[in-house]
Write a protein that binds this ligand. Structure first.
Ligand SMILES: [Zn+2]
Length: 429
């Protein structure tokens, strides 16, 4: 999807629908703005239902202070204005009140962005602005004074969050990533103590550049490939809607033939992914003009060595990753569905996928279809797209249930004899 040709009012409506639709703000809370090339600021109105906003509701504030539109601009316009005045590089401001980040704002703390490397890479340093009355010039001053330090994401004490960027989609990605981080840290604290990464460890992940593979021009596109592209998009959108993927995190691939597979592209918002965005890899070459996910070589090695695996997903869903960042054991021997689908999940050290991918290829098998990399992701394999997706869902749902069990009573696992029975009944290897 091409965002740069979309009218600012349409961009604002699209992103507000997304924020409200995913429960990341209330109907009265949250406001978005875009500064266009004329110097006009387009902003959400105050006191209009965020659940039914249309492009006609968006207000335009001209450089002379006059406004166009049927409503008053958001009461929080003063801080948007002070951000644009102080940061000439900023073209979009996003403000919302998502529950997990409000929790941090009430405790006056910043979520730990070093628990997963991607969070830190996307959000950078996060600031915190002192409390002031909403809509006041003083609040604008407090926010702008943090943003001048080249920080793009700010927690507002006892209030919510502000992100700024050179476009609204980027501001949304920062916002969504920090919200994911806050949720992940809260879940982790329910079962243990989160372990942070060092700056050297984060550096390791930022060196994972999109692979500079040679290109090829596909001569034909088989019906099987068209079908696989369509199904991949459908499941990626579903994974996004279920919060298994975020806009920037989550890789899916599907084998086409011996050394040919389809994979998600690098850095394209998962919410809007289209069949044409998916990248075909043939004999280690990438489809002309497209960049595959950075884990492309790992996918290729697994497909080359493991004939029974036809689909892979790499993702960090928050419930299962709570175990991955606290080093608490995630026990799959808790319900039959979980053990039958996931078996026992080996845990590997952070960075294994970068420094020792052979270990992952060796470990994945029918008996071990899924594994966890600490502070990074889970790697899920399947005999088909749907089989891998099913496992991802079961892993996340089971993890969520086990976290909830902690508030009810001790986790009681299924006994070894009962596991043996399951193996017989379900013909498990
Ligand atoms: Zn607010």
């Amino acid at each position: 999807m091409k965002y740069d040709l979309m009218h600012p009012a349409d961009q604002i409506v699209m992103i507000m629908e997304r924020i409200y639709g995913y429960g990341m703000t209330t109907t009265s809370g949250g406001n978005l703005s875009i500064l266009d090339d004329n110097g006009d600021i387009w902003i959400t109105p105050g006191s209009v239902d965020k659940g039914s906003l249309t492009r006609k509701d968006i207000i335009c504030i001209h450089p002379d202070g006059s406004t166009t539109g049927p409503h008053k601009p958001s009461v929080e316009y003063p801080f948007h204005k002070s951000v644009y005045d102080r940061r000439p590089d900023v073209r979009a401001v996003l403000h919302a009140h998502p529950p997990a980040l409000i929790a941090f704002s009430i405790a006056r703390k910043i979520p730990d962005t070093t628990i997963i490397p991607n969070i830190h890479i996307i959000c950078g340093e996060v600031g915190i602005a002192e409390y002031e009355v909403p809509g006041s010039e003083a609040l604008g001053e407090n926010i702008a004074s943090i943003l001048v330090k080249d920080i793009n994401t700010v927690i507002l004490e006892n209030h919510g969050l502000v992100t700024v960027a050179d476009d609204l989609f980027q501001a949304f990605m920062q916002f969504e990533t920090l919200d994911y981080c806050a949720n992940l840290e809260i879940k982790s604290r329910q079962i243990g103590k989160p372990v942070s990464l060092t700056s050297d460890q984060i550096e390791l992940a930022s060196k994972k550049h999109p692979e500079r593979l040679a290109e090829f021009v596909p001569q034909t596109v088989s019906s099987a490939e068209k079908d696989a592209r369509h199904k991949m998009c459908e499941l990626i959108h579903r994974a996004y809607d279920q919060r298994l993927f975020t806009s920037t995190q989550g890789t899916f691939s599907q084998r086409l033939s011996d050394d040919s597979f389809l994979i998600t592209p690098f850095n394209i918002d998962r919410k809007y992914l289209e069949v044409g965005d998916i990248v075909r890899i043939d004999g280690g070459k990438r489809e002309k003009g497209k960049f595959p996910s950075r884990s492309v070589n790992l996918h290729r090695e697994i497909y080359r060595k493991k004939g029974e695996i036809n689909s892979l997903i790499i993702a960090p869903p928050p419930n299962i990753m709570a175990f991955g960042i606290t080093k608490e054991k995630f026990d799959t021997r808790t319900i039959p569905e979980s053990y039958v689908m996931l078996r026992d999940i080996p845990v590997m050290e952070y960075g294994t996928n970068i420094v020792n991918p052979e270990k992952i290829t060796r470990t994945l098998s029918e008996k071990t279809p899924i594994l966890m990399i600490e502070n990074e992701c889970i790697i899920v394999s399947g005999s088909s797209l749907l089989n891998a997706f099913d496992r991802l869902e079961v892993a996340e749902f089971s993890a969520k249930a086990v976290i909830s069990t902690h508030f009810i009573g001790p986790v009681i696992s299924i006994s070894d004899d009962e596991i043996e029975d399951l193996k017989k009944v379900f013909s498990l290897a």
